[in-house]
Design a protein around this ligand. Structure first.
Ligand code: AN7
Length: 355
């Protein structure tokens, strides 16, 4: 019997999307990502809980952005768009570039100068997007593209475009299907706050459709140097090694607050060193390579666990939003000393400890 392959979120969850017809979708068969049990890392938590990672790095362009991009680009094409524009800390631009290329559209990406990781920049270039680096922050870039798209015929595919968030709801559908119910807690990194807003909307839509009975506590995690929602004010000069979430004035700020409040969850901040601890734990103990911003979700779980927030028995999911290969520089900044020897077996055996 032929095994049916995953068709992408628009086809797989067609009843949750009014349009487009799945046959007309611009898709790279995004979604259907693994929900991986973290059986080693869970031992860091002092009480017995269950912990999973939703590995969004397994999407076609290596991040969760593809879920929203398939819907946004499909609908833009239906409306006759010829060009796309976005501001980005890197992943949105990579995804827009790929889906735009697939749809035969021109793509313009506006990014903070020198502040996006090399892998993401490579993606925008290889898909032939026009890359415009602005001497400023993501927040400035977003303001510019919003104004441009208001007055000129280019479709805005940032998450201020509601089609993006509608598509990103699908991660909640998948997690619910994979677990057989909603988890008790869903942790995820927060930058522009679109993903937490969309994930919460997804769980609510799934409950309304009778597919799940309970909802998770949504817990958003910001980087300490870029934590406007936690601080309650705009951060003029956001700083964190997690460049994807280096955002000082999130577009979906209110959505994040609503998700946390309605669900009984919260928004917290973690330091860059806590992010790196989680990043290295995932890579070295679980075989999962995610980008630094993604590891903020696990860092948030560990921080809450150490503060005694869990009583035991909870089922916890953290979204790992993007693939580690996007940002190899973070690895090289912390690599062990190089080993270089003459090309002789004896030299290698000595290093193995067999001499
Ligand atoms: C890996 O690509 O904002 O809170 O322009 O790339 O929905 O913004 C990326 C954000 C988390 C935060 N993890 O999600 C962009 C961009 C990764 C990310 C976030 C981003 P939101």
């Amino acid at each position: 019997m032929m095994k049916t392959t995953w068709q992408g979120i628009i086809a797989e969850y067609a009843s949750f999307f009014g349009s487009p017809d799945p046959r007309e979708a611009v898709t790279l068969q995004e979604g259907g990502t693994p929900l991986i049990p973290l059986e080693t890392v869970v031992r860091e938590i002092p009480v017995p809980v269950s912990l999973w990672a939703k590995f969004e790095g397994a999407n076609p362009t290596g991040s969760f952005k593809d879920r929203g991009m398939t819907l946004a680009v499909s609908r833009a094409v239906k409306k006759g768009a010829r060009a796309l524009i976005c501001a980005s800390t890197g992943n949105t631009s990579a995804s827009a570039a790929a889906y735009g290329a697939r749809a035969g559209l021109r793509v313009f990406v506006v990014i903070p100068d020198g502040k996006i990781s090399r892998g993401k920049l490579a993606q925008a270039i290889v898909h032939h997007a026009t890359v415009i680096q602005v001497e400023g922050l993501f927040d400035h870039a977003l303001r510019i593209v919003r104004e441009v798209a208001e007055s000129y015929p280019v479709a805005l595919v940032n998450s201020v475009n509601p089609d993006r968030l509608e598509g990103q709801r699908s991660v909640a559908f998948e997690i619910s299907d994979q677990l057989g119910s909603a988890p008790d807690y869903h942790f995820l990194p927060v930058g522009n706050a679109g993903n937490i807003t969309a994930s919460w909307a997804g769980y609510k839509a799934y409950r309304e459709a009778g597919r799940i009975g309970t909802l998770p506590k949504m817990t958003g995690v910001q980087a300490e140097g870029a934590a406007p929602i936690v601080l309650g004010h705009v951060v003029e000069k956001p700083e964190t090694l997690a460049s994807a979430i280096r955002i000082g004035n999130p577009a979906s700020w209110q959505g994040a607050l609503t998700a946390a409040q309605e669900s009984g969850g919260s928004i917290l901040a973690v330091s860059d060193s806590e992010i790196l601890e989680a990043y290295h734990l995932l890579a070295s103990k679980e075989g999962i390579f995610c980008e630094p911003a993604s590891a903020a979700s696990l860092a948030g779980v560990l921080k809450r666990a150490r503060a005694g927030s869990f009583s035991g028995g909870e089922r916890i999911v953290c979204t790992l939003t993007g693939h580690g290969l996007k940002d190899p520089d973070t690895v090289f900044h912390s690599q062990p000393p190089e080993i270089r020897v003459p090309a002789r077996k004896e030299e290698v055996l000595a290093i193995l400890g067999f001499s």
